[in-house]
Design a protein. Sequence first.
Length: 114
Amino acid sequence: QVQLVESGGGLVQAGGSLRLSCAASGSISSINLMDWYRQAPGKQREWVARLTSGGDTTYADSVKGRFTISRDNAKNTMYLQMNSLKPEDTAVYYCHAFGLERYWGQGTQVTVSS
């Protein structure tokens, strides 16, 4: 089992920045890749960014150039640095891990005001 706990969400003005964290615990060695997803009110959950165990990163076109996914192996924590935030980035952001199973965190709210 893997447990994921997100933090770092909040309210920010358009153009601002936030850094989300996802702390992982449990069977961490089984994780092959980790993602950030988000879900805006009334919309389906959408994929935002991916970080593989080999360190490769990919991003959704909507966040490319503004968001950066990274990790600190010593802290078992993944991050999402979000810059130049837009109102349309408002959503609950979820951490996801794929290993023996799929694991999700509880989500953290990000609200970007115009």
